[in-house]
Design a binder for this molecule. Structure first.
Ligand code: 26V
Length: 804
């Protein structure tokens, strides 16, 4: 290994003595790329020639984070590389910092896509990602004057080491223009005239499997001008200026990731991005399909499975129809059968403000042919209801794809696919019983659940090597390939020697995080305190506000009674707010302002510390999660479709304080009531209040003195001069009747937090609970999730590149 690295350095006429960390990083990346490319070519060759079904996961987001360590682990060369680095006088950890996070996603949905790619490759499933190569990923967050400020994330500034441009596989995507219909040999032909043509260039990223030879592909599409700059005379200024403007308008399509995953805006550029992704992706799939199977499209659903990550890529349905009919000459019925048998849809939210709809006039101008096809899908669906479901006649406007000038993408996705899945049991139940009740009654067999998962290779093996080693020393290392084997740890849950070691690991991880906190915020936190962690996007329903209310309550109580006996706690937050989400930004401002007061008040005697870490992203999550004692999963019940941070923290031995929402319920089912702290309204309670009323936030304000004090502090400027923001939170809760039941759940949350404190005092009991959580976390590996998608939706099996 040492020699290989030295050789790489030599080729760039430098030596280990003269090299910088960055030189070493590039040398290592070249070395790895060469190794990976061999297996990548073999895998590709196998997929080109065998007749296995191929899976394509279409997603507007892939939140990959860094990949170098993943590759080192997957190729089983982490230890030798680490040693070689040491010999050369470098620290691998420092070298790895030179890789920029690929932040091509907002949060849970994008990170899930990345975990799925990892699991598909590790399980030897021929499964690929199709996404967009955004020039700017999710914004970088700075905290300035206790407020969030956004900076662009120009992650492609230095070359992206893993990508491979495949110019020769570029395709064209057409926007705008008009559709001209002609008749030839008794058939209608559709000619797209005066369209704006965009060149879609694929950049492929290799996805390595763990300890196998599979290297799948994530294909990211980039928009480029199809006109050649050379054909413009730079001296002909007006023309050249037009060209530059045109070029910019094209490149805009893959310029940035929309940073708001909470409010759907119906923006034209976003629709352009979606069609760009879908059209480019499908054209390349059809191209490789035809190379293998000529034009026998009846084979298509047997050889291709397409999963769409939420409705964002749901234009695959009309676009596949277009390509099959206009491109390949198939009739409607045949094309429809192929399309619906190929496409499957995953729903990730029931929040109405995030559901996608497009104004029909904008849609038809931008995508005239696709609009015609969507209209036809709508027409046929409405006719079907009218003639075959008489009792649904009144509901046609409610269920149609196009109604009152709006196109409803979720309806299109359900009608045009053979499978509709939710991402946790309760979420799927809510889809069936409420949100998509009528579609469920019409198509019961389409609906199914696939509870989310996370890749245990990244989220345990990679980020927590100390815990991984301890686990393997007790139960062997088979759990790495078979995560359900973690259950064998259950024998050690009450083993005091093992508990001591697990506690040592946790303390070590807390010390590492404490150092990071000191370096990045200047705050000194006690590694003996409870590390209570709330990391996720900032959103009203995720209730960071409930957490900070409880912290302020503890602060107020300690001020009253400085001798109050509580276990010291360090509250750790990480969260980005969508740039235009005003309320979310006010909550950040509140947390930071309260933190400032609490952290600097000597009366608190360091019993409470509040830390807000800047720029929460995959790499920061990797530093925080191994050090968490308490995992905050406190969404308003019914709102969090699944959550995946809950699984990551459980797998690292944190105990959950959570509502009965999303996958928290399945965590509870696995570990049992005794090993999780649940509280608050249930989903049924919440839905009942929404439908029938009966909740009055003012009543709680009047009767609960603790909350009255906090709300008055917000109103009266206790948290600083910038009191407008705080007043807005006050009015949000009291005048808008506390949409997310923060006040309603406060009492139950406070009591449960008190119980957490009491439980922590018994360290043995705590460790029993912690080890029990780790032991049951195998179920939440994305390997299990992917196996379920593979056997129940995609009908694909393992396809090893070489049988071992
Ligand atoms: C929505 C929108 C709408 C406007 C434009 C940009 C944009 C980007 C993303 C989204 C998706 C929101 C849905 C979502 O992220 N759902 C989360 O999915 C996770 C994975 O299934 C799940 O664990 C979380 O509970 C769920 O909130």
């Amino acid at each position: 290994m040492l020699e290989a690295i030295n050789n790489e350095l030599k080729q760039f006429s430098t030596s280990a003595e003269e090299a910088s960390n960055k030189d070493i990083f590039y040398a290592l990346s070249r070395l790895l790329t060469k190794r990976i490319k061999q297996d990548w070519a073999l895998t590709q060759n196998a997929y080109d020639h065998n007749s296995e079904k191929q899976v394509y996961y279409f997603s507007m987001e892939f939140l990959l984070g860094k990949l170098m360590k993943v590759h080192l682990i997957n190729l089983q060369i982490l230890e030798p590389v680490k040693k070689a680095m040491q010999k050369l006088g470098f620290s691998l950890e420092e070298v790895l910092q030179y890789e920029h996070d690929a932040g091509l996603g907002n949060g849970g949905l994008g990170r899930l896509a990345a975990c799925f790619l990892d699991s598909m490759a590790s399980l030897e499933i021929p499964g690929h990602g199709i996404g967009i190569r955004y020039k700017y990923g999710l914004f970088e967050q700075r905290l300035i004057n206790q407020n969030q400020v956004e900076l662009p994330d120009y992650w492609l500034k230095d070359d992206y080491i893993w990508e491979e441009r495949r110019n020769e596989q570029s395709v064209e995507v057409k926007f705008g223009g008009t559709i001209h219909m002609t008749e030839r040999n008794g058939r209608l032909h559709f000619v797209h005239e005066n369209a704006e043509t965009v060149k879609a260039v694929p950049f492929d990223v290799p996805i390595t499997g763990y300890n196998n030879q599979t290297v799948n592909t994530l294909r990211l599409w980039s928009a480029e001008s199809s006109l050649d700059a050379a054909s413009y005379d730079q001296n002909q200024l007006p023309q050249y200026r037009d060209y530059l403007e045109y070029k910019q308008s094209i490149e805009e399509i893959s310029a940035f990731l929309y940073p708001d995953d909470s409010h759907e805006e119906g923006k034209k550029l976003r629709l352009k991005q979606q069609y760009f992704l879908v059209s480019a992706g499908l054209q390349s799939i059809i191209h490789s399909f035809k190379k293998k199977y000529n034009a026998d499209f009846s084979l298509f659903p047997k050889k291709i499975a397409i999963q769409i990550n939420d409705t964002h890529p749901s234009l695959v349905i009309p676009e596949l129809m277009r390509l099959l009919m206009d491109g390949e000459g198939l009739g409607w019925d045949k094309a429809w059968e192929i399309t619906t048998n190929t496409v499957a849809y995953t729903n990730h939210t029931t929040l109405s403000e995030a559901l996608e709809t497009w104004p029909a006039d904008m849609f038809s101008t931008l995508l005239p042919r696709i609009f015609m096809i969507v209209e036809e899908i709508n027409e046929r669906f409405c006719q079907h209801l009218w003639f075959h479901h008489e009792d649904y006649r009144d509901r046609i406007p409610e269920l149609a794809v196009i109604s009152y000038g709006q196109i409803k993408m979720a309806h299109l996705a359900v009608i045009g696919s053979h499978s509709v899945n939710g991402v946790a049991k309760i979420h799927t139940d809510i889809l069936k019983k409420k949100e998509m009740k009528h579609f469920y009654q019409l198509y019961p067999s389409k609906f199914n659940n696939k509870t989310n998962g996370i890749t245990h290779r990244r989220w345990l093996l990679q980020i927590n090597p100390e815990l991984s080693r301890l686990i393997s020393s007790a139960i062997g290392d088979k759990w790495v390939e078979r995560p359900k084997d973690l259950i064998k740890l259950i024998r050690y849950a009450e083993d005091t020697a093992f508990q001591d070691k697990a506690m040592e690991v946790k303390t070590y991880n807390k010390q590492v995080l404490a150092r990071h906190i000191k370096e990045h915020t200047g705050l000194i936190v006690d590694d003996q305190s409870i590390f209570d962690v709330h990391i996720k996007r900032l959103h009203g329903y995720k209730r960071q506000l409930l957490n900070i209310f409880h912290i302020v309550y503890l602060y107020n109580t300690l001020k009253e009674n400085p001798n109050l006996d509580i276990i010291p706690r360090t509250f750790i937050f990480g969260a980005k707010a969508a740039p235009s989400y005003y309320f979310a930004k006010q909550v950040i401002h509140f947390i930071l302002s309260a933190a400032d007061i609490i952290n600097h008040d000597p009366a608190i005697q360091d019993k409470l510390k509040v830390v807000f870490l800047e720029n929460y992203n995959v790499s920061l999550a990797e530093k925080i999660i191994p050090a968490a004692d308490v995992s905050e999963q406190i969404s308003t019940a019914s709102k969090e479709a699944s959550g995946t941070g809950n699984m990551k923290m459980m797998m690292n031995g944190a105990l959950t304080i959570g509502t009965l929402d999303g996958a928290n319920i399945e965590i509870k089912d696995m570990v049992g009531d005794k090993n999780i702290f649940t509280f608050g309204l249930t989903a049924d309670d919440v839905l009942h209040y929404y439908h029938h009323g009966g909740y009055n936030a003012q009543d709680i304000y009047q009767t609960d003195e603790r909350l009255q004090l906090i709300l008055n502090q917000l109103h009266d400027g206790f948290f600083g001069n910038d009191e407008k923001d705080f007043k807005d939170i006050y009015y949000h809760l009291l005048s808008h009747n506390d949409e997310f039941f923060v006040l309603k759940d406060f009492n139950s949350y406070e009591e449960t937090q008190e119980f957490v404190d009491q439980t922590y005092r018994n360290q043995q009991k705590w460790m029993t609970m912690s080890i029990t959580n780790i032991a049951h976390s195998g179920k939440f590996s994305s390997d299990r999730t992917i196996q379920e998608y593979a056997s129940e939706i995609w009908k694909v099996s393992k396809s090893p590149v070489f049988s071992r």
